[in-house]
Design a protein. Structure first.
Length: 255
């Protein structure tokens, strides 16, 4: 699989990013820039065309482009992030999509939705009910998903920021999760395996057998390799310090 990978480089105010379930950690801005460069190289190495959104140095969380957009078949939903401070991020992501000629639709209604709460596995969307995504946002996305032939399942998120903080999918549909953070039963009948480290619950599948695992989760990387997958590890410690993971840093648009 390949396509466009939408990213935005971190700005100098990354350390001011919103945190909810963790204590804010120290952030080294120069290291964050280097880590993001390594992340972009991993995307390019897997065949993705890396497309950068214009910088937004005044918006601390702007590197986390995933929360601004959800890719459905044929179009992208522009979200209404749950934290008001993040809503100004969406316009520039929409501009980058427009320049690519990607059709977009704004999330209808008053609900809130962060892209980090949306996990697609095949023809199913799992959407986290979290502190950032509410029932109205889930229903609005579900209506758009039905137009694309996709089924939507709500998943309770209680111990982490977003659904994909606590659960993501391997290429075969196996869910890697922290069961204490999300309602793992909602993924049935998909198999669920416990992430050996909390950071390992957020893996990034890049198509085929390629998977990126955070360097902070070496036991998860071993587990994924044992399943016959091609694992790349990327250090994202500066982003983890502000409650972010691998998937937060891109929106993948398959060809």
């Amino acid at each position: 699989m390949s396509g466009a990978a939408i990213v935005r480089r971190p700005g100098p105010r990354l350390h001011e990013g919103q945190v909810t379930h963790v204590a804010r950690g120290a952030v080294d801005a120069e290291r964050a820039v280097a880590e993001h460069a390594a992340y972009r190289r991993a995307l390019a190495g897997a065949g993705w065309s890396v497309v950068e959104v214009e910088p937004a140095d005044d918006l601390p969380d702007a590197a986390f482009v995933e929360d601004a957009a959800v890719a459905l078949d044929g179009r992208v939903v522009l979200t209404r992030p749950g934290h008001p401070a993040r809503r100004d991020e969406v316009e520039s992501v929409a501009g980058a999509l427009a320049r690519l000629g990607v059709a977009t639709v704004a999330l209808p209604g008053p609900g809130t939705l962060d892209g980090g709460d949306v996990l697609r596995v095949g023809s199913r969307l799992f959407v986290g009910r979290s502190t950032r995504t509410d029932d109205a946002g889930i229903e609005a996305l579900a209506a758009l998903a039905r137009e694309a032939g996709l089924e939507t399942t709500a998943v309770a998120v209680t111990g982490c920021l977003h659904l994909k903080t606590g659960a993501t999918a391997l290429p075969d549909g196996t869910i890697v999760a922290v069961r204490d953070w999300v309602d793992a039963d909602a993924f049935a009948p998909l198999p669920v395996v416990e992430a050996p480290e909390p950071e390992g619950a957020n893996v990034l599948a890049l198509g085929g057998d390629r998977v990126v695992v955070a360097a902070s989760a070496p036991r998860t990387a071993d587990l994924v390799r044992e399943r016959g997958l091609d694992v790349t590890t990327v250090d994202i410690a500066q982003f983890e310090a502000v409650e972010a993971g691998l998937t937060c840093l891109s929106v993948l648009l398959p060809d």
